[in-house]
Design a protein around this ligand. Structure first.
Ligand SMILES: O=P(O)(O)OP(=O)(O)OP(=O)(O)OC[C@H]1O[C@@H](n2cnc3c(O)ncnc32)[C@H](O)[C@@H]1O
Length: 522
């Protein structure tokens, strides 16, 4: 029995463990006060206030720094390409507007029908074609954000060609799409044609932003984009300072790092226009039929001369006195196809130290490359996206594909669009020729290329880079980062609070009870 000791937990100042004196009957309050000054009302009140203050301090620190429920902002970009239009919705946490690496693709919508440049003779239809995807966008962006969501339309090579050919028609098409977009609840920021240089540079920004290479100042990835009407190559090379060819130079300061980007866009060298160029070479004499090594054996198609030559890429070469149509008969031969394809490139004249083709300057290739759009669609279909296999093996596989009879190809791929299916032999051959003969990738450097469709859920392409630029979401200088992350801050506050509490308890030492019996540690 120990009536003089309190029936309360108290702290053993050395072990910081609660101890319980061996007592069976509680002493009376007067006994307690008499024998143990620790239990004076003042010390109890001070202890309680101390504990409450520390709990309040920690609670406030935790609540104050608790991550708030996420609010998002949105941006919409319409990619009006030569073959089709696609709508991309991006989202990012509202508080990270001017911060880093947080913009992601939330949704994409493929506009039904051809690209807007195909509506030159019925411009109103170009506007109408966008309606379905704009309706979809309204569902994906929360209504209260509609009015503040920027909406952009960027047109690429299809409209570049239409503008060259018939600028009045191009303006009418823009008028129609602008009318539709102005009627949307979003904040429409305008529709315009991107230059080839912008298309290349923004594709490079997208790839490196999504890979987190810009923020971290890592070695960048080059961008290879193959569209329907143009193709772009963009990369940073130590040997390129812009002096040899200013037209191919784009300089950026992003997150505190300077980049001198080499970029070039080849108009008419997208895969659809390249096919026209190849067919134009094969039909210079205006024949009634051609044997085409770039199409599978057994494939036959009747093509219209006027349709084939209805593009500024080939219109000046239209043969005189040609019949209305010609028959194209596939003979599926990769080697011969490559010879035909090579003819659309000019490798002879170059006024610079080095060129890719058509007299265009290109510095030495450097670093890894991401190849997207049609590069990916085609190589993925052909099962050739793995670049760790040798270039010779890639060619051998493509050779086998080209030699496959058309009947077998259609049987094996009943669900693939016939236009794409028929063109894969040509497209694969064109891609390999462009990469090796055109851009000078070798058997060794071919493995530096990665065929990609998406990076971390966002499509590779120029649209994200375009939006990041227009919304100033990539700062020129590295943003200031808080000295401590949230978890670190809360831990430090908690530890400091505990230390304060211990110091407070120790400071009350003169008031500690002297227990005559040895307390039993629980
Ligand atoms: O940049 P521009 O030159 O204006 O062209 P685009 O924007 O229309 O080009 P895309 O990247 O959308 O497509 C590139 C090409 O790939 C073709 N394509 C799309 N999907 C394909 C698939 O699954 N298989 C083969 N080709 C495909 C499409 O018809 C184009 O010729």
């Amino acid at each position: 029995m120990c009536p003089h000791l309190p029936p309360l937990f108290f702290f053993n100042p050395t072990l910081l463990l609660p101890v319980w004196p061996v007592c069976f009957f509680p002493p009376t309050l007067s006994e307690m006060k008499e024998k143990n000054p620790w239990h004076t009302p003042v010390t109890i009140i001070i202890s309680v206030i101390g504990v409450i203050a520390i709990v309040a301090l920690v609670t406030v620190a935790v609540l104050q720094n608790r991550p708030l429920p996420k609010k998002y902002k949105y941006g919409i970009v319409l990619d009006a390409g030569s073959s089709h239009t696609a709508l991309y919705i991006y989202e990012w946490p509202a508080e990270k507007d001017n911060n880093t690496g947080r913009v992601q693709q939330k949704h994409s919508c493929k506009v039904k029908g051809p690209g807007i440049s195909s509506y030159a003779s019925a411009p109103l239809k170009a506007g109408e074609s966008l309606r379905e995807c704009m309706q979809e966008a309204k569902q994906w962006v929360p209504e209260k954000r509609h009015h503040e969501t920027p909406l952009y339309l960027g047109a690429t090579a299809g409209m570049r060609l239409l503008n060259m050919e018939n600028s009045a028609a191009s303006e009418k098409v823009f008028g129609a799409v602008e009318e539709t977009l102005q009627k949307s609840p979003f904040s429409f920021q305008g529709a315009r044609i991107l230059s080839g240089q912008e298309e290349g540079a923004f594709g490079w920004v997208t790839v490196n932003y999504l890979d987190d290479r810009l923020k971290q100042g890592l070695e960048t990835t080059g961008a290879l984009d193959l569209g329907g009407a143009s193709t772009q190559i963009s990369f940073v090379s130590d040997q390129f300072d812009g002096s040899e060819s200013l037209n191919n130079s784009v300089t950026f300061r992003l997150y505190g790092n300077d980049y001198n980007l080499y970029t070039h866009s080849f108009l008419c060298y997208g895969k659809d226009q390249a096919l026209r160029l190849t067919l134009a070479h094969q039909t210079q004499s205006g024949p009634e039929s051609i044997l085409d090594p770039c199409f599978n054996t057994g494939y036959t198609s009747t093509r219209n001369y006027s349709v084939l030559y209805d593009s500024p890429c080939v219109s000046d070469r239209k043969p005189q006195n040609a019949p209305q149509t010609f028959t194209q008969q596939g003979v599926g031969n990769f080697q011969e196809c490559q010879e035909v394809v090579k003819k659309i490139f000019n490798f002879t004249h170059c006024k610079y130290t080095r060129c890719s083709f058509n007299g265009v300057f290109q510095p030495l290739l450097q670093g890894p490359f991401g190849a997207f759009s049609a590069y990916y669609f085609v190589m993925n279909f052909l099962n050739l996206t793995d670049t760790s296999i040798s270039l010779d093996t890639v060619k051998a596989k493509l050779e086998r594909y080209c030699a496959t009879p058309w009947s077998q190809v259609t049987q094996q791929h009943p669900d693939t669009k016939v236009k794409y299916l028929a063109e894969y032999c040509f497209s694969g051959t064109y891609i390999l020729t462009l990469l090796t003969n055109g851009y000078n990738f070798t058997s060794e450097t071919y493995s530096d290329i990665k065929f990609i469709k998406k990076i971390k859920g966002s499509d590779a392409g120029w649209t994200l880079g375009y939006m990041l630029n227009l919304t100033n979401m990539i700062p020129a200088e590295a943003p200031d980062t808080p000295p401590l992350p949230h978890a670190g801050y809360v831990s430090i506050v908690t530890v400091m609070a505990l230390l304060l509490f211990i110091l407070f308890i120790i400071s009350l030492r003169p008031l500690w009870p002297r227990c005559s019996k040895q307390p039993q540690i629980i």
